[in-house]
Design a protein around this ligand. Structure first.
Ligand SMILES: Cc1cc2nc3c(=O)[nH]c(=O)nc-3n(C[C@H](O)[C@H](O)[C@H](O)COP(=O)(O)OP(=O)(O)OC[C@H]3O[C@@H](n4cnc5c(N)ncnc54)[C@H](O)[C@@H]3O)c2cc1C
Ligand code: FES
Ligand code: FES
Length: 483
């Protein structure tokens, strides 16, 4: 659909008619003529197309109203329709006043050879300094986990990241002060830094020119990987619109405590939320098991669920937390338990015009574990995964449990037999073995490039052992399991 939008790119304001579903990557390169934003994989994997996206931060966890937030995102999975009222920064915006210290560090350490990946690395590291994250070499390297380089090997990039971490270890906590310091030290051109501190430009949201095939788009990190050249004739509705879309709230129903996630809560929001961390202690350890920073900055939990991959990581986690979906459509609202939403391979119980309006899950879990085996340690999808949440009694027995597994059937599975086996028992190596055997017998996996059916069954058994060890580290179950 054609819509007129208002946004800022670097230091210029644009008021343009765009196809909403067109990709920002193509617009930046072909319409704005800024070729420093590179097209590599066109599927969110390489970071060559990375840009910084500024907008209003969601109102939560003490953030003041109207606060501005900056996140790194891949422009090959970002729709133009999303940019209304936002601010984008490409490499040209950083380079307008010459080489910045981030670029100099990359050059000094020999971290750029052909240079194709370099704009993405520079933006990721600059975004890291802007973000307010703890500045140390480990965090700096985590910030470039979504960037691939074919030429240099990563030693030189690691040295450049470490140099920056040492040089910028003392950045102030408040965004406005940090931007002033970064401008003073030439990381950002002064004019750009001043604009970055302001609330984004006003959105205009005019009526679209024509109707088309309705499609719901969240972060686009599955949708645009499947549809890398979205054709005209779509009528997208973006879940990221509206102040409630990224809200994470506590609620009480029938004497039970729940957490409610808005439809555009993304992985970064979810793992960073104090409410989520309190509801499922230990869940924050698993943020790095999911994708890369620019993907987590956009990938919504609702999109993860509706995409219905049997190995979706956040779906496995939500199922272990007892999640329910709140579906809204022309006939009103209905609720469905997450495990009942999946009808078959990539088939879900979603009627025409319905969308996920919220996800709710139980609070008050004592401990949480997630296990994932994949070919690469990071930035890879799972071969097999499993998740488990437990509520412990005062006497040390398990009062309640929820268990899920992925990659062993056409849909994500809830393992109710494992849950029943846990209730009322004390954790032990014998119980861990029993759960492993139950998990191994739960699915009927197929063989594919990620592993044979036999391998997946064996892997899930061992992941179930690992989950028990992670849940109760004080019992050192691994000593007995591996003896
Ligand atoms: C490089 C890369 C790495 C990845 N790594 C992982 C990983 O480690 N683990 C993992 O689980 N996934 C991974 N993914 C997959 C993807 O990021 C996730 O599945 C993500 O959560 C999808 O969310 P989204 O908001 O981007 O969905 P979108 O792409 O926007 O949408 C996905 C589907 O859901 C529908 N949809 C979205 N929101 C709604 C809604 N509210 N109501 C109804 N329908 C809706 C869309 O129409 C579409 O069919 C990766 C993807 C990439 C590109
Ligand atoms: S082109 Fe590779 S992440 Fe966008
Ligand atoms: S320098 Fe060539 S891809 Fe990184």
């Amino acid at each position: 659909m054609i819509r007129t939008i208002n946004f800022r790119l670097n230091e210029s304001e644009y008021h343009v008619k765009v196809r909403e579903e067109a990709l920002a990557l193509d617009w930046i390169r072909n319409e704005a003529g800024l070729k420093g934003t590179k097209e590599g994989c066109r599927e969110g994997d390489c970071g060559a197309c990375l840009v910084l996206l500024g907008g209003s931060a969601p109102r939560r966890d003490g953030a003041p109203d109207g606060a501005v937030e900056w996140r790194s995102v891949t422009s090959c999975t970002l729709a133009m329709g999303e940019l209304d009222g936002k601010h984008l920064i490409s490499i040209e915006g950083l380079a307008s006043a010459g080489l910045t210290p981030v670029m100099e560090a990359m050059l000094d350490e020999g971290a750029s050879q052909c240079g194709f990946c370099s704009p993405g690395f520079v933006l990721a590291l600059t975004g890291f300094l802007v973000s307010g994250a703890r500045v140390d070499p480990v965090e700096a390297m985590l910030a470039v986990e979504g960037n691939l380089c074919r030429c240099t090997g990563y030693g030189s990039i690691r040295r450049a990241a470490a140099k920056l971490a040492a040089d910028f270890a003392d950045l102030p906590a408040s965004l406005a002060e940090r931007l002033t310091v970064l401008a003073g030290r030439r990381v950002l051109p002064a004019g750009l830094a001043a604009l970055m501190a302001e609330p984004p430009v006003a959105a205009i949201s005019t009526d679209a020119d024509s109707a088309g095939e309705a499609v719901v788009i969240g972060g686009g990190t599955d949708y645009f990987v499947r549809n890398p050249d979205p054709q005209p004739g779509l009528a997208p509705s973006f879940t990221y619109r509206g102040p409630e879309a990224r809200s994470i709230t506590r609620l009480e129903r029938d004497g039970k405590r729940y957490v409610r996630l808005g439809p555009a809560v993304n992985a970064t929001d979810f793992f960073g939320s104090a409410i989520v961390r309190e509801a499922a202690p230990g869940i924050e350890r698993h943020e790095l098991d999911v994708a890369s920073p620019p993907i987590r900055n956009r990938a919504t939990l609702a999109g993860n669920v509706v995409n219905a991959s049997p190995i979706a990581d956040m779906t496995a986690m939500l199922m272990a937390l007892g999640a329910e979906l709140v579906l809204a459509g022309p006939k009103g609202e209905r609720r469905i338990a997450l495990e009942r939403f999946f009808l078959g391979y990539k088939k879900v119980d979603l009627a025409a015009g319905e969308s996920v309006a919220a996800i709710e899950f139980e609070a008050g879990w004592s401990r949480f574990a997630f296990e994932k085996a994949s070919k690469r340690e990071r930035l890879d999808i799972a071969t097999v995964n499993c998740a488990v949440a437990v509520r412990m009694s005062a006497d040390g027995s398990i009062a309640d449990a929820r268990y899920s597994a992925g990659g062993v059937a056409a849909t994500p599975l809830r393992l109710t037999v494992a849950e029943a086996a846990m209730r009322g028992k004390r954790p032990s190596a014998a119980l861990a073995r029993e759960l492993g055997a139950i998990a191994a017998g739960a699915g009927s996996p197929m063989s594919d490039v990620r592993g044979s059916s036999t391998y997946r069954v064996r892997l899930l058994e061992r992941l179930a052992w690992a989950a028990s060890c992670r849940l109760w580290p004080e019992l050192k179950l691994e000593e007995e399991l591996l003896a």
